[in-house]
Write a protein that binds this ligand. Structure first.
Ligand code: NAP
Length: 347
């Protein structure tokens, strides 16, 4: 097989905010790599996920890199793995055949050689959704939203829920799951366009532009005069401090991510610990991958909500491998609304 694979790599470790000059497009010849007698599957990548956590893999050092296999350090010059959807080009395994549509651990490139044991599953041909749904709402973003909200926050109908980075991939789903349960939901986001999107398109009760607030504690007091019961945290930093100050007794905080702390080593949340003690607040970090046991439940409920039109998912899709660096950098500048995906090739 003679295939040239174009892929994105980092030139060196990135320890601050990512820039275009940190990345390069490389080309490798797959014919030198694929062994016919191996159990490998060669995938033509179609859609690949663009996620903030990759920045922690690009650093010289981060505690996250030893936490779980998919968060290991990225080596400069090497391919970068990511969740995505593709089509089988060559299979040396009996459970996959040429032409199958699959989802799994692919790469920021045109092709992926999936080794035995790596995450790969066939897509259900009966699900009449766009392929991109399998990267976002039915993939790990959806699972993170669903498991973080229902399993970690343990919400009850009528509770008051706050979501940060609410117009993002995970945030816009969390708010809708919360509304479907019967909660009161407020989101924060970084522009008026995003605030309008939250209130008008995905049905949040209220939303505010955190970049226009001089005092986040007062902003949350204004939105939640009776306090917050559940905080789904995507950003950390000052927003986490402000949310804790406004939490009710026995409130729950799910730490999904702390994007405001990823690119700036001097930004660290310092919530008032007395609040946590006296209000008996539970703060729990989680990883979506911990919740594979609820995957079937997540999938069946989410598919039903999508089919019934009760859940909307919004995607922000860029075109071509060359757009991957700017798509990724854009996450840290707030460029995206909804799930950020790059379409690498047509079906
Ligand atoms: P996303 O929200 O689609 O994209 C990132 C958004 O974060 C941006 O659009 C931007 O929106 C906001 N942002 C960027 N820098 C910020 C800052 N300094 N302060 C406040 N907001 C900032 O990304 P996502 O995939 O849904 O991920 C959201 C969070 O969940 C991230 O922290 C990510 O690492 C985490 N995550 C966790 C898991 C898990 O298993 N625990 C899985 C996936 C993702 P604004 O315009 O609103 O600023």
């Amino acid at each position: 097989m003679e295939v040239k694979n174009k892929y994105v790599a980092i030139k060196a470790n990135i320890n601050g905010a990512p820039e275009e000059s940190d990345f390069e497009i490389k080309v490798e010849n797959l014919s030198r790599i694929v062994e016919p007698e191996s159990k490998e599957v060669v995938i033509k990548n179609l859609l690949v996920s663009i996620d903030p956590y990759q920045i922690n893999r690009m650093k010289s050092q981060s505690s996250s890199q030893t936490s779980i296999s998919y968060a290991t350090a990225i080596t400069p010059g090497e391919v970068i793995d990511t969740y995505g959807v593709g089509r089988v080009l060559v299979s040396h395994r009996p459970d996959f055949k040429k032409g199958d549509l699959v989802a799994g651990l692919l790469t920021w490139g045109e092709y992926t050689i999936v080794k035995e044991g790596s995450l790969l599953s066939k897509l259900d041909p009966n699900l009449a959704f766009p392929l991109s749904y399998h990267v976002g709402v039915l993939g790990f973003s959806g699972l993170a939203a669903y498991s973080g909200f229902f399993e970690v926050c343990k919400p009850k109908p009528g509770e008051k829920v706050f979501v940060s980075a609410a117009s993002g991939s995970i945030g816009h789903l969390v708010g809708q799951y919360a509304k479907l349960l019967g909660c009161y939901v407020v989101g924060s986001a970084g522009s008026q366009e995003k605030v309008n999107f939250l209130k008008e398109t995905v049905g949040f009760d209220d939303a505010f532009n955190y970049k226009q607030e001089t005092d986040l504690k007062s902003a949350l007091k204004r939105c939640f005069p009776q306090g917050i019961d559940v905080y789904f945290d995507n950003v950390g930093g000052k927003m986490l401090e402000a949310a804790v100050a406004n939490m009710n007794s026995f409130g729950r905080v799910a730490i999904c991510g702390v994007i405001s702390e990823y690119t700036n080593a001097s930004t660290r949340a310092a919530p008032d610990m007395k609040d946590i003690v006296y209000k008996r607040i539970r703060i729990q970090g989680f990883l979506a991958a911990d919740f594979m046991p609820v995957y079937a439940d997540f999938l069946s409920k989410t598919v039903e909500y999508l089919q019934d039109g009760k859940l909307k998912t919004i995607e922000d899709i860029s075109q071509g491998v060359e757009s991957i660096p700017s798509a990724f950098i854009g996450l840290f500048n707030g460029d995206n609304i909804g799930k950020k995906i790059v379409k690498v090739a047509d079906e």
